[in-house]
Design a protein around this ligand. Structure first.
Ligand code: PRP
Ligand code: URA
Length: 206
């Protein structure tokens, strides 16, 4: 499972503990999801290649390292990926954004893609944003669609991944997953336990 990196960060753990509290208000829930997304993004892009950019500082003109931000495409999985997108856009302000809307059928647990709007992904680094990987059905669909557009690289940021989900993700050798927690159980309704509940509902107070 060396493509799954559990990010060991106390601020992330503190935010994740807040998310687990069923009394956390939606506004706070979105804020913590956004904070965790930023921490996962920092880790995922820690060693990215930078290029030198000419800058006029207050005192001198010189070259400094910078990221080509618009080579990154954020792909939030609707709905619960949206607050992750907000957080990541605070860091990568010029990233492009594509959307995939995927919904699990609550009885069969089968995931269906109901909206897709992606920019050109060739030569881009795609960053998938979805807080939850339970059966991994939804993210498997997302990766399949994204791979068919031949991106340069795929990274996925996920907050909670179940044990079953982690086993499925380990098969995507060409995708690196940066996650807050991996190895939690799935109950008979397909929810992660302890987990954080239904992330979409909790984000949007439904
Ligand atoms: C949630 C979550 C993931 C998916 C994970 O979305 O945001 O996309 O479930 O479950 P899986 O790994 O078993 O596919 P949901 O289908 O509830 O849609 P929502 O965000 O609109 O509520
Ligand atoms: N989707 C969620 O939002 N939560 C879970 O626990 C499982 C799937």
């Amino acid at each position: 499972m060396d493509n799954i990196i559990v990010v060991n960060n106390s601020i992330l753990l503190n935010s994740l503990t807040k998310l687990r509290d069923k009394n956390l208000k939606s506004s706070q829930f979105r804020k913590e999801v956004s904070n965790i997304a930023k921490i996962l993004l920092f880790e995922a892009l820690r060693n990215e290649e930078t290029e030198m950019r000419r800058i006029q500082t207050p005192f001198v003109e010189s070259d400094f390292p910078s990221l080509n931000e618009d080579e990154y495409v954020l792909v939030p999985i609707l709905r619960a990926g949206l607050p992750m997108m907000e957080g990541c856009l605070e860091i990568l302000e010029d990233a492009k954004v594509g959307f995939l809307a995927i919904k699990r059928d609550e009885t069969t647990l089968e995931s269906k893609v109901y909206y897709e709007r992606l920019p050109h992904l060739e030569e881009k680094t795609v960053i998938i944003l979805d807080p939850m990987v339970a059966t991994a059905g939804s993210i498997t669909k997302a990766i399949g669609i994204i791979e068919s557009h031949n991106p340069k690289k795929i990274i996925s940021l996920n907050i909670v991944v179940s044990k079953v989900g982690a086993e499925k993700l380990s098969k995507f050798k060409n995708v690196k997953f940066y996650v807050g927690s991996a190895g939690e159980d799935l109950n008979d309704k397909g929810y992660i336990v302890p987990g954080i509940g239904d992330a979409g509902d909790r984000c949007f107070n439904t």
